[in-house]
Design a protein around this ligand. Sequence first.
Ligand code: SF4
Length: 390
Amino acid sequence: MPSPRTRETALQPGVSPARAKSRAWGRLAELRGPGVPARALDARALAALAANPGCGRRAILDGAGVDKAALAEALGAPAVFGQSQFAFMRGNAFEARVKADGGAELLRLAHTRLDPGAEPPRESRVPDLSAVGPEGRTARTALALREATRAGAWTLLDHPMLALEVAGSPAYLEPDAVVVHPDGSWTVVEIKSFPMLDGSADPAKVGAAARQSAVYVLALEDVAARLDPVPRVRHRVLLVCPKDFSNLPTASAVDVRKQRAVTARQLTRLTRVEDIADALPEGVCFSPELPSEELTAAVEAVPATYAPECLATCELAFHCRARSRAQGAVTALGRSARADLGGLSTVEDVLAAAHGEAGDPDDPAVAALRRAAALRAEALEQAGREAACR
Ligand code: SF4
């Protein structure tokens, strides 16, 4: 499969990549609205984007750096998920504790959980990663990774910056930490404030952390691929959480091979942001300053694929759910129901098929619906007879 960059050149013959890029950036800035700064994509958003790759609406809004929470508010359907201020502060305090003393405890956990055969970390090497802007920080991180790999010593990179090209645009990602092992391999570290009780944590939260970490692993692999020899990016990440109900850190190794493979496949399937932008009518803008009718029309101009899972991952979920219900779309019933219903895309179509008013009787979905409708009618008839006898 060609890389996104190769496709970019191929899609725009006669236009230099730099010119095409600056034109694309201009178009995305127009979509955000005059003077509205771009909101950076993070790994959590990318993991959610990869979980619903068919949604052009989310792809264009994230790709253009639109603040979806502000947009949802302006549309009159504000999101209700996200971290409370208290949880945010507690998370920051725990992370600071984990990384205290030059990350000595963090390196000790990496040694015991992931690399017990290596010599234990005796001193903490924590390179300075400060630089101007995301591009500068990304370059500084790549340099620090190269130096640490050559040094062959335990090294902690605190909040490195990585870049990953997504749907033709760069996304800058900031993992909690990356550890370089003495053998030159690299591990992503994810620090969470949910507790690990008796060595295990809430599977849903661990799953979300694994999907997020998988995005960092992909970005790290991009950095590794530019080095010679290519360092190994470990596919077991280190998840650090508070032990039981204390504030003491504990950790476990989480295998993210599956999440990495799924995310990589989904990200390559994402429609290129510029292609979606080019298909939009002229003048479409998602600035939260606009009147809600204008914003609604702008949002509706981009096709979406709503699923109930959106409620936990996308700020626009209430808006998309309301539209999906208003249109009678079967997507609102969930992915498995949608898959079972085959080509029947609205509740109206489903009812017509079940009542024998429409649909091909040889279609397995139509046949199953008619069988279910007949069984229901039979059950209701029997219940009616039983009620009459009482
Ligand atoms: S809530 Fe809407 S925009 Fe967000 S992923 Fe779902 S369908 Fe797409």
